[in-house]
Unconditional design. Structure first.
Lengths: 444, 130
């Protein structure tokens, strides 16, 4: 017992003072990484969606595409890499591997980037869990008892807790003296820790880790350790009770739950307009409910209107699709050679273009993406002749759609696009024209 | 998250237009069907990873399979913790069987999807009515 105490102290100081900030940093980095990952995946997903028509072409030009992707996204990729490397040195190895693996390994390229990256968070998690479990007994205990989310784990934790309680009863007299010291120590640490919100352990676990010198507990913790290495993918919720707060596992779990809920509520508050002024959960819930109901009613109303309009829909949709036909059918598919597959492609492309129009009327974020993508594809799949034709046609087509769009601009624009997107609107057609014009010159 | 919402919008618009065409070809257009088409296409765009989309899909499929069964089904009375929660549970599809945290999560996603759905439907309506 007396031997354990200095070790404890050491562990506490290192984990709180030294590792505390770094752990926070790592977690932040991991969060950022996750976000990046998600964005990348979505981008790649989007690419994939657009490329569905052309997947056959792309399979041949994977390698070039990857290089092109690297070239185009060079800055962002570098930024990504540096960002990943900075917080955690063990990422460097991963990235080195990632960089040196052959291009075939990436398969379908945009997806491959996302997919290849997916292994990193887990590895990072592994690294983090390893570092946090460096103070051997304490961290394990903390981990075992703090995790309320998973039933398995929490069961384990409660079991351990009971065991520890029994142990404590056994050693009560011995421990009593220790505990007073320990409390003082805890208080000191907490004073320092209150300012930084890095929370790694629990008070009660600290107390119980005093008892962990006996062999039973040790075996238990070793078992736990193996368990932890098994599911290292999980990231743990770290809780720490402030001074004056209850420290038993139930109230800690309850506190975690409340924190999560309030975080969600804040997120929802951002989503629902006009919810910022309301304080209190009940009012916010009412507001959220009203908003959802109004949205549902809007959907109902719109579907009613659409049902009324729908008889005209067929013709209109056909017109809608026909707007874009001539460019496609004349320019590309005569050159590529008419076949059933090309016809199917043209159909799909037509549909996609009509979708583009809808989207450009609704979002206009699409246009950036499309243009970027077109640029990307143009650079990447340059060596392959067929996709190039296709691409150029699509860019021409885009010009067409923009022109038709300009004619429709007055009514559409007045109706829907006034919410701050008007500023965004004009640059994109301009860039679209510029790029497409450039392309046309290239073609000639 | 602009990319995700734009993806959802595109795919929703695509599916919804397709289902509208299908409805129109069968000449079975009424507001209820259009509404179901909108909900189904939204839910299938979101996929099965969300509870609410699964709930919507299963609800509508069950209803289309055997409409009599669903009407007879009794609603499970769940003791709602607070007044607002029960209300929210009723509104968000699939909310009857969730804990509160997940409910809030699903609500956030549901709101996102509904807003994009409303926007796309408005745009389609505008395009069709002009």
């Amino acid at each position: 017992m007396n031997i354990a105490l200095p070790e404890m102290l050491h562990n506490n100081t290192t984990s709180n003072g030294g590792n505390g900030s770094s752990v926070l940093e790592r977690q932040r980095a991991r969060l950022k990484w996750h976000q990046e990952q998600v964005q990348q995946q979505e981008m790649s997903y989007f690419n994939g969606q657009n490329d569905q028509l052309m997947s056959s072409f792309h399979q041949t030009s994977e390698a070039q595409q990857f290089h092109g992707l690297i070239n185009v996204n060079d800055q962002s990729l570098n930024e990504l890499v540096t960002r990943a490397i900075k917080p955690d040195p063990c990422m460097e190895n991963n990235w080195g591997d990632f960089g040196t693996t052959d291009n075939n390994g990436f398969g379908y390229v945009p997806v491959g980037v996302g997919h290849g990256g997916m292994s990193h968070p887990t590895e990072m998690n592994y690294a983090i869990s390893r570092t946090t479990s460096c103070p051997p007994t304490m961290a394990d205990n903390a981990v075992s008892a703090v995790k309320p989310k998973e039933t398995m784990r929490s069961n384990r934790g409660s079991e351990n807790f009971k065991k520890r309680k029994a142990d404590k009863n056994q050693h009560l007299k011995e421990v009593a003296e220790e505990e007073t010291k320990d409390k003082k120590l805890k208080e000191c640490i907490e004073e320092g820790d209150d300012s930084s919100k890095v929370t790694t352990e629990k008070k009660s676990n600290k107390r119980s880790s005093n008892n962990s010198t006996n062999s039973k507990e040790n075996s238990d913790t070793s078992k736990e350790k193996s368990k932890i290495t098994d599911d290292k993918k999980l990231d743990y919720i770290h809780v720490r009770a402030r001074r004056g707060q209850a420290t038993d596992s139930h109230s800690l779990a309850e506190r975690v739950r409340r924190e999560k809920i309030s975080e969600r509520m804040r997120f929802l508050q951002d989503l629902v307009p006009g919810c910022n002024k309301i304080t209190g959960k009940a009012g916010m819930l009412d507001e959220i409910i009203n908003y959802v109901q109004s949205l549902q009613r809007q959907v109902e109303f719109l579907s009613m209107k659409l049902a009324a309009v729908n008889p005209r829909l067929d013709i209109d949709v056909d017109n809608f699709f026909n707007k874009d036909i001539f460019a496609t059918s004349t320019s590309t598919f005569s050159t590529v050679g008419a076949g059933t597959s090309s016809e199917m492609l043209s159909m799909a492309q037509r549909q996609f273009n009509s979708l583009q129009q809808i989207m450009s009327s609704s979002g206009l974020e699409m246009d950036i993406l499309n243009l970027n993508e077109l640029a990307l594809r143009r650079t990447t799949s340059a060596p392959v002749p067929v996709p190039e034709m296709f691409l150029d046609s699509s860019s021409i087509n885009q010009v067409q759609s923009f022109q038709t769009w300009d004619t429709d601009l007055d009514n559409m624009y007045a109706m829907e696009l006034q919410q701050g997107r008007s500023a965004q609107f004009f640059p994109h057609p301009c860039t679209g024209f510029a790029e497409a014009g450039h392309d046309l010159k290239m073609e000639m | 998250m602009t990319t995700r919402s734009s993806i959802i919008r595109t795919r929703f618009a695509y599916r919804f237009l397709r289902s509208l065409r299908k409805l129109n070809q069968k000449e079975k257009t009424n507001s209820r069907r259009v509404k179901y088409a909108a909900y189904v296409s939204m839910a299938s765009v979101v996929g099965s990873k969300r509870v609410w989309s699964r709930a919507v899909l299963s609800k509508i499929r069950n209803r289309s399979l055997n409409p009599n069964l669903v009407k007879k089904k009794k609603k499970k009375r769940r003791s709602s913790e607070e007044s607002g929660f029960g209300e929210l549970r009723k509104i968000v599809p699939g909310g009857q069987v969730m804990n509160f945290y997940n409910l809030l999560d699903e609500t956030a996603d549901y709101i996102n999807c509904l807003t994009s759905q409303v926007q796309v439907m408005k745009n389609i309506l505008n395009l069709l009515s002009t």
